[in-house]
Write a protein that binds this ligand. Structure first.
Ligand code: PEP
Length: 257
């Protein structure tokens, strides 16, 4: 059984005071879910504050982005080594907002994934299709392209440390959610693709669902056999909602053993 991971992508939200309140709220409830990995992903400037607050807490810390290399003349960028030094264990790679708004292409996403692993971070590689791509029947080919480009550059062994997040672009921040069956179909195909490269990695890798996961739809999504957790945007900004999703994951684990 894969250990569920519930990750909160806080995107470009929060002030020092809000981060303080949100983290305290999450920490108060997190002890009730010892069998779940819980992760928060604040913006860069809040990482040190979060790391300090999370000392002695089971809640883990990650970042939303990194740049290549360890240090150098890259104004405005932050390296994986710096993130690890600031207390991060995980980093998001290839989130659809970075692919579409910041124009990160397949090569840069793959290079960032490799850089994360080299820095000792666990990358959460986000993949997913747009509405138009789904309607054109291209979901499988888009996701395969997004995965293969990373496997080719970083090698399949790098996925031992990794998590994959299936995030249909049309479901992110829209209130639309993939049905559990739609999610399961894509998750199973992702696992199969990884397994074709290395069977044990395919079996072990956690594949999160992301796209308007909320307390009221989390249980049905998390009940799918290849859905190993959630990458949560909007609902992660409210401690009660985020903890309710953790509870759904814990209940699902209890139900399936
Ligand atoms: C996300 O940003 O990764 C996400 C899934 O957002 P939301 O839950 O708001 O759709």
């Amino acid at each position: 059984m894969r250990k569920p991971l519930i990750a909160g992508n806080w995107k470009m939200h929060g002030s020092i005071a809000q981060v303080d309140a949100l983290l305290k709220g999450i920490m108060e409830g997190a002890d009730a879910f010892p069998d779940i990995d819980i992760l928060v992903l604040p913006v860069f400037v809040h990482l040190i504050q979060a790391h300090t607050l999370l000392k002695n807490s089971p809640v883990m810390l990650g970042a939303q982005n990194l740049y290549l290399g360890t240090q150098g003349a890259f104004t405005g960028e932050v390296s994986g080594v710096m993130l690890a030094d600031a207390g991060c264990q995980y980093v998001l790679i290839g989130h659809s907002e970075r692919r579409s708004i910041i124009k990160e292409d397949l090569d840069l996403v793959a290079a960032k994934f490799k850089a994360a692993v080299e820095a000792g971070l666990k990358p959460i590689l986000c993949v997913g299709e747009t509405q138009a791509e789904r309607e054109a029947g291209k979901t499988a080919s888009i996701i395969s392209e997004q995965l293969e480009s990373v496997i080719q550059l970083a090698g399949i062994e790098a996925f031992r440390q990794a998590v994959i997040a299936y995030e249909p672009v049309w479901a992110i921040g829209t209130g639309l959610t993939a049905t559990p069956e739609q999610a399961q179909e894509v998750h199973a195909s992702i696992r199969q693709l990884v397994s074709q490269n290395q069977v044990d990695i395919g079996r072990a890798i956690r594949i999160l669902y992301g796209g308007s996961m909320k307390p009221d739809n989390a249980a049905s999504l998390l009940a799918m056999p290849d859905v190993d957790g959630g990458l949560i945007g909007g609902a992660s900004l409210d401690a009660k909602s985020f903890l309710a999703i953790c509870a759904a994951a814990q209940n699902e684990l209890a139900a399936t053993g």
